[in-house]
Design a protein around this ligand. Structure first.
Ligand SMILES: *Cc1c(COP(=O)(O)O)cnc(C)c1O
Length: 423
C-alpha cells in the first residue's frame, strides 16, 4: 500500500495534488511520501519485533538527507557502501554505532574516514580487505567489529544484474571457505569477529532462496562457534522485492520474511540485522513527467516525455517495468491504446515502455511513473546536459523541495577550462 491515490480526479501524494507540485517546481520531478516511507520501515521493524534486531536501511536505494532523517527518526540504522554514504548518514544524524559498512571494494581512505567517525561493524568481502583493514585500524589504535559476507551459492531467481548470492558473483567469500577465513581473522589483532553477513540479491519475489541461504548461515554459525569464534550478530542483507506491476502477484510480505528468519535462525541467540532498501523506498516515490509531443509514427504512436533515461535508468538498465498513470484520472470507460513512452535522449535505449495501453494523452499532460522511489534519483546523471531533477517530500498537506534542480549556470560552472585553452 502507498499514499498515491486519485482524489477528485487528480493523483495526490498524501494530501497534496501532484498538479500543485508540478506548477510549483516544474517537471520532471521525483516525489516521495513520508507516510509510506515510515510505514515500510515499521513493517520490517514489527516483523522482527520478538527478536533482538536492528533494521539498517540500505541507503543506496535513496540517499536524500531528508529521507535518511525521516527514517533515522523512526529508529533506523543505515547500511552504507561508500565514504560518501557514510557522511550522508552522519549528516542525517545517525550515530556511528548504527551504521554498517558493506561493499566489495572499500578503499583505505574510506576505512580511515569511517574508523575515525565510528562504525557499528564492517562487513568484510575478501581476504586482502581484511588484511588492509587490520593494518589501518592498528595504525589508528582501534579495534573493529567485523563480520564476513559469505556467498551461500543460492540462486535468488532475480534479474542477473542484481543477483549476488551465486558462486560466480563478485560478492563475499564462498561459504565453503568461511571457516578458514574466520581462523585467519582471529589472528588479526585489530579485528573483532562478531558475526556473519549474507546478502543474496535484490528484488526477490520468493522466500525460498532466503530460507535456503539462512539454513546455510545457521549451519555456519554452529561450525564457527565450535571453532571458538563469537557469533552474536547475523546480518541478513536486504533484497525483498516490491510489486512493480499491480496486475501481478504480490511478492512476500516482510511479516512472512520475518517468519522465515525466526524459523531458521530464531533460536541461536543472535541479534538480527537486516538491510532493506527497495522495499522501504521503492513504492514511496513517483517520477512525474509531462508529455512534450505526441508523435504518430508508422503504425506506432509515441509519447515523447520530458523525463529520460538519465533521470530513471531502470527500464534501460534492467528492462524494468514501471506502472505509468495519468495524473488526471481518466473518466470511467475511457478507451486505451498502445503507445511507446520515450525520453528525448539520443539513444534507442531511452525508452520507458513499448506498446503500453494508455488512455489518450496530449502535449502538456502529466503522467506518473510508479515505484520510482528506490534506485531512481540516486542512479540519475546529467547525460545530454540535462540537469538533475528535483526531489520533493510530502508529509500530509505539506511539501518541500529536498533537492532543488540545479541551474544551468551551476551545471556549467562545474567544468573548468585549463589555462592553456583559455582565450
Ligand atoms: C543493495 C544492497 C542491499 C539492499 O537491497 P534492496 O534490494 O534494495 O533491499 C542490502 N545490502 C547490501 C549489501 C546491498 O548491496
Amino acid at each position: 500500500m502507498d499514499h498515491f491515490i486519485y482524489r477528485n480526479g487528480v493523483l495526490h501524494a498524501e494530501d497534496v495534488a501532484l498538479t500543485e507540485i508540478a506548477a510549483s517546481v516544474g517537471t520532471p520531478f521525483y516525489v516521495y511520501s513520508s507516510a509510506t516511507l515510515t510505514r515500510h520501515f515499521r513493517v520490517f521493524d514489527e516483523a522482527l519485533a520478538d527478536m533482538d534486531h536492528l533494521v539498517c536501511y540500505a541507503m543506496k536505494a535513496n540517499s536524500n538527507l531528508a529521507v535518511l532523517k525521516l527514517l533515522a527518526d523512526q529508529g533506523a540504522g543505515m547500511d552504507v557502501v561508500s565514504g560518501g554514504e557514510y557522511l550522508r548518514a552522519k549528516a542525517a544524524g545517525v550515530p556511528g554505532d548504527k551504521i554498517v559498512f558493506s561493499g566489495v571494494g572499500k578503499t583505505r581512505a574510506e576505512m580511515e574516514l569511517v574508523l575515525k567517525g565510528g562504525i557499528r561493524q564492517f562487513n568484510l568481502e575478501s581476504e586482502p580487505e581484511m588484511y588492509l583493514l587490520n593494518k589501518v585500524a592498528s595504525e589508528l589504535g582501534v579495534t573493529v567489529p567485523v563480520t564476513v559476507r559469505v556467498n551461500p551459492d543460492v540462486d535468488a531467481k532475480t534479474h542477473a544484474k542484481i543477483a549476488t548470492g551465486k558462486s560466480e558473483n563478485k560478492f563475499g567469500i564462498p561459504i565453503a571457505k568461511a571457516r578458514a577465513v574466520y581462523a585467519e581473522i582471529a589472528k588479526l589483532p585489530a579485528l573483532e569477529i562478531i558475526g556473519i553477513d549474507v546478502h543474496i540479491g535484490s528484488q526477490l519475489t520468493d522466500l525460498e532462496p532466503y530460507r535456503h541461504a539462512f539454513e546455510k548461515v545457521r549451519e555456519l554459525t554452529e561450525h564457527l562457534r565450535a571453532d571458538g569464534h563469537t557469533i552474536k550478530r547475523l546480518d541478513l542483507g536486504g533484497g525483498l522485492g516490491i510489486p512493480y506491476e499491480r496486475s501481478n502477484d504480490a511478492p512476500p510480505l516482510p511479516m512472512d520474511y520475518g517468519k522465515v528468519v525466526r524459523e531458521t535462525l530464531g533460536d541461536l541467540g543472535c541479534e538480527i540485522e537486516i538491510e532493506p532498501g527497495r522495499l522501504i523506498a521503492g513504492n514511496a516515490g513517483l517520477l512525474v513527467s509531462s508529455v512534450i509531443y505526441r508523435k504518430q509514427g508508422e503504425g506506432r504512436d509515441f509519447l515523447i516525455v520530458d523525463a529520460a533515461m538519465n533521470d530513471l535508468v531502470r527500464p534501460a538498465m534492467y528492462d524494468a517495468h514501471h506502472d505509468i498513470v495519468p495524473v488526471l484520472e481518466p473518466a470511467a470507460g475511457t478507451e486505451t491504446a498502445p503507445v511507446d513512452i520515450v525520453g528525448p535522449i539520443c539513444e534507442s535505449g531511452d525508452t520507458f515502455t513499448k506498446q503500453r495501453q494508455m488512455p489518450p494523452m496530449q502535449d502538456g499532460d502529466l503522467m506518473a511513473f510508479r515505484s520510482a522511489g528506490a534506485y531512481g534519483a540516486v542512479m540519475s546523471s546529467e547525460y545530454n546536459s540535462r540537469p538533475l531533477i528535483p526531489e520533493v517530500l510530502v508529509q500530509g498537506d505539506q511539501f518541500a523541495v529536498i533537492r532543488p534542480r540545479p541551474t544551468f549556470d551551476e551545471m556549467l560552472n562545474r567544468d573548468k577550462i585549463p589555462e592553456w585553452l583559455a582565450d
